[in-house]
Design a protein around this ligand. Structure first.
Ligand code: SF4
Ligand code: SF4
Length: 381
């Protein structure tokens, strides 16, 4: 494994990241991961971005802050180093802001003239920033947005103000991209009416941007949480001019970068437990060490590079740690992938909740692939 990594680094280390065409850049970020990308191209990044500081405003809507946690837990590069490598000024991030408020003028944030709401308002008015949105945006009840308040304002109105003045938007995590856990089927779902930035779980054209008639380029980086590499490498690509936000050909139909969410492969293809699947060693309970298909693994339907990139600085991933994939990067998560720990052989049952919509644009070729695998597996039983 280590020698495989060295070979990959060897392949890219003599290339000039600034002169790469987009195709080569996409290959490099997909193969290297953030850790090796920084070790191979760190100096080039530093010289390219020294004179072009980028402002980032990071807003939290309806969410659990897990995507911030994930970004902050990134190890190589660490979050602060990633900001430095890319010459980013994180001007607003609510979870980290309390300290900024205290130190801005020595008073506690809520008693200060420099409180968070005033600071945010001024930053938005100044414009010229990338907006990162973590969490969905509440439209309910009845279009008021009052289900999610941000200080004295609705988050819907704060998002509207910030989105209108942004140069570009990154929707981070499945709540911000498609609604995620905030649109889990419940009696209150219609009342809350949470929406992703560009789309919802059921409709690619029903995001908050469309509702507010705001036309801004947006990249979707789903995941519950999203991977720190996906964020770092996407921002690096944008800042280096390799990922053109006006040309979405590097994004899939759900707004995800194809280099991390390939449409011609599914997560199951590279699972470390794949050998067990092929030999029909299918666990019936947790902690048995075989393939997790029968206890609910949805990876045969999922497009993501989790199994190659892995988590916690390349240490492990859900299936490796014994947990079935719950399809957290797909628009149908979580309604379409529940119950999480039940085998779902037939696609119409797996995605039964929204089958008409899902069949049209979510699973595509993955269904065929998974169907073929299911037939192969059944023959072996
Ligand atoms: S079904 Fe899940 S656990 Fe089994 S091989 Fe595929 S991805 Fe791995
Ligand atoms: S393996 Fe599946 S559940 Fe785990 S992070 Fe990747 S897509 Fe999400």
């Amino acid at each position: 494994m280590a020698s495989e990594k060295l070979n990959i680094i060897e392949q890219f280390k003599n290339l000039d990241v600034l002169k790469m065409d987009r195709r080569t850049f996409l290959k490099a970020v997909a193969a290297l991961g953030a850790t090796s990308f920084v070790s191979v191209y760190g100096n080039q990044l530093a010289s390219a971005l020294t004179f072009s500081e980028t402002k980032v405003l990071w807003l939290h809507g309806a969410e659990c802050t897990g995507c911030s946690e994930s970004a902050l837990n990134g190890e190589k590069p660490e979050f602060a180093d990633a900001l430095r490598e890319l010459n980013i000024s994180l001007t607003y991030h609510e979870t980290l802001l309390a300290q900024q408020g205290i130190f801005n003028d020595g008073k506690l944030v809520n008693t200060s003239d420099l409180n968070a709401e005033i600071l945010l308002h001024d930053l938005i008015e100044a414009g010229n920033y990338i907006l990162v949105v973590e969490g969905s945006i509440g439209n309910g009840p009845d279009g008021t947005g009052k289900i999610c308040m941000y200080g004295g304002n609705t988050f819907k109105s704060v998002f509207e103000h910030a989105a209108k003045n942004a140069n570009a938007i990154i929707a981070l995590g499945t709540c911000a991209t498609y609604g995620g856990i905030t649109v889990t089927d419940a009696a209150t779902k219609k009342y809350c009416d949470f929406k992703g930035v560009m789309q919802t779980e059921q409709d690619r054209n029903d995001g908050m941007l469309q509702l507010l008639k705001i036309n801004k380029p947006c990249v979707n980086l789903p995941g519950c949480p999203s991977h720190p590499d996906w964020l770092f490498l996407t921002v690096a690509g944008i800042l280096l001019g390799k990922l053109d936000l006006t040309d979405p050909s590097w994004l899939d139909a759900d707004g995800r970068p194809l280099m991390f969410f390939p449409q011609d492969a599914v997560l199951h293809d590279n699972c470390p437990r794949r050998g067990y699947y092929d030999r029909g060693v299918l666990d019936k309970d947790i902690a048995q060490g075989g393939c997790l298909w029968k206890i609910g693994c949805k990876a045969p339907y999922v497009h993501s590079d989790c199994a190659l990139r892995k988590w916690n600085d390349g240490t492990s991933l859900c299936m490796q740690a014994g947990g079935p994939c719950i399809a957290c990067v797909e628009p149908i998560f979580p309604n379409g992938s529940m119950p999480f720990y039940e085998e779902k052989e037939r696609v119409e049952i797996l995605f039964g909740v929204n089958m008409g919509m899902v069949a049209a644009f979510v699973i595509g070729a993955a269904v065929v692939a998974a169907g073929v695998h299911a037939v192969r597996r059944m023959k072996k039983e």
